[in-house]
Design a protein around this ligand. Structure first.
Ligand code: SF4
Ligand code: SF4
Ligand code: SF4
Length: 295
């Protein structure tokens, strides 16, 4: 048995224990008034204006529009970082000539693993759908970065005095004031649609039903990791657009069940190995998906 198989086996054992231990339902419901964004990747033209608007709204370092007109960045897949809360990646269109593009940012999970991992509640799901970060509470442990199944939170390593965890804020000040997020407002082809999550889900399924040749029958984020506030529809499988294949159970629930088990049954060694194995396995899956998608 090699190291990878060992980690998978230990992970499976630990998760089995946790599942057996879990008496609570694994279903996660978004707050009833949660907002969200539906991203229609079949409409995106890869203009990167959403990246520019995001940096403007959040006063991030790179701001000149010319910087975002450079399409050379599409040569490699990018992840959001401390200076760019959203990035657009380019992918080969399956079955036809040309490319497709997919915007990436925090998906504002219904039951966020980042918040579950945070010991001081510096990340919290809000009734409006946003997973909000409080730098005053953050102690810089970066557990949230390890826990996120989408590899979203980034750390300001360059800021020696008061580094923060950075990620998409869901433009919470704007949505609180009744405005749309900056990226949504600027998108010239309206491939980003802002609204109540429940209404966006209805819209997504209506589009899929109306144009079955255009869309796959899958709304990414409807069920993945317990559901997310940002939802995606696409014309090809999501792994080919850089999205990890994830189950419906929230990683936060798995961790919590294991933690309960630790205290109730003293299964600490196996459970802790299971948690670590699962995080490492998820990480290696994400790398495999990224490598496969990059060809
Ligand atoms: S995508 Fe990652 S950072 Fe965003 S809410 Fe979910 S777990 Fe947290
Ligand atoms: S919602 Fe706001 S912070 Fe998030 S990607 Fe869009 S512009 Fe950036
Ligand atoms: S602004 Fe809209 S069309 Fe342009 S890259 Fe962003 S999501 Fe795509």
């Amino acid at each position: 048995m090699d190291r990878r198989d060992f980690l998978k086996t230990v992970g499976a054992v630990g998760v089995g224990i946790a599942a057996a231990d879990a008496s609570a339902s694994t279903a996660v419901h978004a707050p009833p008034d949660a907002f969200g964004v539906l991203v229609d990747t079949t409409a995106c033209i890869g203009c990167r204006k959403c990246e520019w608007a995001c940096n403007q709204v959040n006063k991030l370092p790179v701001q000149p529009l010319e910087e975002f007109e450079n399409k050379d960045v599409f040569a490699a897949m990018r992840r959001p970082d401390a200076g760019n809360f959203t990035v657009v990646n380019q992918w080969a269109r399956e079955g036809r000539e040309g490319n497709v593009w997919a915007k990436v940012q925090c998906l504002h999970c219904n039951d966020p693993a980042c918040a579950s991992a945070c010991l001081v509640s510096a990340l919290e799901k809000q009734p409006n759908g946003a997973v909000q970060y409080d730098p005053w509470r953050c102690m810089g442990c970066r557990y949230c970065m390890v826990a996120c199944p989408f590899q979203i939170p980034a750390y300001q390593y360059a800021d020696a005095l008061s580094p923060e965890v950075r990620k998409c804020t869901f433009c919470v000040e704007r949505i609180t004031a009744g405005e749309r997020p900056g990226c949504v407002e600027i998108c010239p082809v309206e491939c980003l649609i802002y609204g109540k999550r429940e209404e966006l889900l209805t819209l997504a399924h209506e589009r899929i039903a109306a144009y079955p040749d255009r869309y796959l029958d899958h709304v990414y984020g409807e069920h993945e990791v317990g559901g997310t506030s940002w939802l995606y529809i696409a014309g090809q499988p999501f792994p080919s657009l850089g999205f990890p294949e994830l189950g419906e159970q929230s990683p936060a629930r798995i961790t919590e069940n294991i933690q309960h088990g630790i205290f109730r049954r003293f299964i600490a060694p196996v459970a802790l190995y299971a948690t670590l194995a699962q995080v490492m396995w998820l990480g290696s899956r994400k790398d495999e998906v990224a490598a496969a998608a990059n060809g």
